[in-house]
Design a protein around this ligand. Structure first.
Ligand SMILES: *[C@@H]1O[C@H](CO)[C@@H](O)[C@H](O)[C@H]1NC(C)=O
Length: 498
């Protein structure tokens, strides 16, 4: 379900919700998680060490408070020091859980999908994003999920670089024309406009705006921490908003299907057309209803996470002039190799190595999600400990991203660490890995580079509030939306033609 994308990206939100939910259901059903048996007859394999904390709530509160203080890695290292450097036991969201530590843990989870483990998401999410809201069956649904990387891989996205550049240039002209902008606000507009254009060819700003409101309602529903569906609650509004958007996406999809059949639109105009014209390995077209659901998920997650990365790119570039200068130098070289007003192309992005190192460093320090969950499909042994079937497993990006063993001086923003060597395998995991890696990673890369190119070649900027605090609620966000003062370069080319 679309849910899965952003569940991967925003797990802790659900922790709040699910803790309440699990708490209530445990009272109602007089049921509490059963402790797994400690040892089998004959062979003495014990469960991982660790504490399961309070009934139902487990260690969720400590986990959340570490998120709030932006030090989730400490949740892991504290326990690694106490119990084992490989794996420990805890209880989060009312679930017995093993946290696998370090690159070995990541590797294990990423490479055992559907063998020993499978992706797991809390169940209430189906309310906002019902699994099949129509005739579709589960098989078709999973089928599309499997094919998503096909639509979002580099080969498929290459041809859209020019369109992305155009969307960005129009966005700059419309929203960055004064001396000040509030970064959080404007990058959200860009990420939404971009997703609407690339996935559905919606480019009328009024149409894009119409989607903004219901999407915000969905976000609010997820953030609300009050998972009760009654008139007036945020969850209730989110469910309505989701219905509303799915209805409009459905009608776009059906119209497009008709237009493609009559050959009155180009088959390569966007990702929707690509999906509609693709057949699976049995020669079947993909189910239209499922296509709409997946599109909502993609637009939603593209919009609500990329904005964070772009915000922090802007923040670090304001704070670190030497990094900014290096990015500017690289981007000016790209700009001067182009004949104005040609748009950026795939080849240009390949020259943006340093800029990508900067973005990679942002993704290391503020990954778009905290990690994700799996469920044990069977009993298995990991690092000498037994993980019982049904237990949940969790990997946490910060645990390796902030470990000085893999990233010396981990607090420091240092793009050059990606220049010297590639990070060791499975230590750098902003998008996860394995078959369930976030399929949007390449889309994100293109969108980020196009953004950096345009902003840096046009402006230098400084923070209006020098010591603006960052809040983690739960993803990091500058407390005042990162207002900045813009200074246009003298040499900035006029883009009035767009
Ligand atoms: C990004 O967008 C989401 C969804 O609207 C919002 O919750 C989050 O705070 C935004 N992040 C930043 C850094 O503005």
């Amino acid at each position: 379900m679309p849910m899965e994308y952003f569940f991967y990206l925003l797990p802790p939100l659900f922790f709040v919700l699910f803790t309440c939910h699990a708490f209530l259901s445990s009272i109602i059903m007089k049921h509490s998680p059963k402790p797994a048996k400690n040892c089998e007859k004959g062979q003495e394999i014990s469960l991982p060490l660790g504490r399961t904390g309070w009934p139902v709530i487990g260690e969720t509160l400590d986990y959340l408070s570490k998120i709030q203080s932006g030090t989730l890695e400490n949740f892991v290292t504290d326990r690694m020091n106490k119990y084992s450097s490989k794996v420990f036991k805890t209880s989060l969201i009312g679930q017995p859980m093993a946290i696998l530590c370090g690159p070995e843990g990541n590797k294990f989870l990423f490479s055992n999908e559907k063998k020993l483990v499978q992706v797991w998401f809390p169940g209430w999410s189906n309310k906002i994003f019902p699994k099949s809201h129509d005739v579709s069956n589960n098989e078709d649904f999973i089928n599309i999920r499997r094919m998503l990387p096909l639509f979002l891989k580099a080969d498929s996205l290459q041809k859209y670089v020019g369109i992305m550049d155009l969307v960005m240039k129009q966005h700059l002209q419309k929203n960055w024309d004064g001396d000040h902008v509030e970064v959080c606000l404007v990058v959200r507009k860009y990420t939404l406009a971009l997703a609407c254009r690339l996935f559905l060819s919606i480019d009328d700003p009024r149409e894009v705006e119409k989607l903004a409101k219901p999407i915000e309602d969905i976000v609010a529903g997820i953030f609300s921490g009050f998972p009760i569906n009654l008139p007036g609650t945020a969850l209730n509004r989110a469910i309505k908003a989701s219905k509303e958007i799915r209805a409009s996406i459905d009608s776009i999809v059906k119209q497009r299907m008709a237009d493609l059949t009559e050959k009155i639109v180009s088959p390569v105009q966007d990702i929707l057309s690509h999906m509609l014209l693709t057949v699976d390995e049995n020669g079947q077209f993909l189910n239209i209803v499922d296509i709409s659901s997946h599109l909502l998920g993609l637009i939603f997650s593209g919009y609500s996470t990329l904005n964070g990365t772009l915000t922090f790119v802007m923040k670090y570039l304001a704070e670190l002039p030497h990094v900014y200068d290096e990015v500017l130098r690289e981007q000016m070289a790209v700009a001067s190799s182009k004949k104005w007003p040609d748009l950026l192309g795939w080849e240009d992005l390949r020259k943006m190595r340093y800029s990508w190192n900067v973005a990679s460093e942002v993704l290391r320090l503020t990954p778009p999600g905290f990690g994700a969950f799996r469920e044990a499909l069977t009993d298995f042994t990991y690092a000498g400990y037994k993980v019982p079937k049904g237990w949940k497993l969790h990997w946490i990006a910060h645990a390796t991203h902030m470990n000085p063993e893999y990233f010396p001086n981990p607090e420091k923003f240092d793009p050059s660490r990606f220049e010297r060597n590639q990070p060791a395998p499975y230590t750098y995991v902003p998008f996860g890995g394995g078959p369930r890696m976030c399929p949007g990673n390449e889309y994100a890369r293109l969108a980020i580079l196009v953004f950096i190119h345009n902003v840096v070649t046009k402006f230098r900027w400084e923070k209006v509030i020098p010591n603006e605090r960052v809040f983690n609620d739960p993803l990091p966000r500058p407390g005042h939306g990162l207002p900045i003062r813009l200074h246009r370069h003298d040499f900035a080319v006029s883009e009035s033609i767009f």
